[in-house]
Design a protein around this ligand. Sequence first.
Ligand SMILES: [Zn+2]
Length: 260
Amino acid sequence: MPQGPMSDTEIERYARHLILREVGGVGQQKLRKSRILVIGAGGLGSPVLQYLAAAGVGTLGVIDDDIVSLSNLQRQVLFDEDQLDMPKVFAAKAKLTALNPHIIIRSYNRRLSQENAKELFGEYDLVLDGTDNYQTRSLVNAACVTSKTPLISGAISQWEGQVSLFDPASGTPCYACIFPDEPADGLAPSCAEVGVMGALPGIIGSIMASEAIKYITGAGQMLAGEMLIFDALYGESRKIALHKTAGCAVCGAILDIEKM
Ligand SMILES: [Zn+2]
């Protein structure tokens, strides 16, 4: 983690944050000391990683077991043609280090499992999940609830995306309160099956990065207990309120034990 006062180059690099009332020197130091784990270096992971690296998040972890493919480049603008077939986390580290050498990038070239999630999540202040399948999302949620790590969750399909903060330790629902069961076959098709508009992950991933910067600096009001939904096809956005499910299999039991 970067230590001590900011260098002159860092002060110049973060100048637009430093004059922003809600961030300032105090907020920038919080970003510098923060540790954020990004699950998946795909469509959403790419802009999340780029903006958090550029913003000066001191320790940025990324876990993914995939390689860069040609069909990724329609939207995953973190990568380029020279990086085809490279493990995504190493390709990402090379690009992010070139973007900002003042931060630490930790690359985990593996699939997230119950075991490594338990080890990893405790080392981070915040987790951002942009993965595209229910099993991984559920695993991330359960590990976040257990380790009391807040989760900023984003999802995209075709022309529509959504973002929310799940942090049951602070009174919000968890992901499983809203999505308790795996969707039936065909009801939640992947982007590979039904497509996704190239700029959409940039929009939704940038909102996720913005929520992360707000969370770390304490600026503004989080999407806590709310879900922001953006429909690119009609240029419309709306917010819906989210509520805890009584007896939620993931967060209900843990919170009940704490109340005793
Ligand atoms: Zn829950």
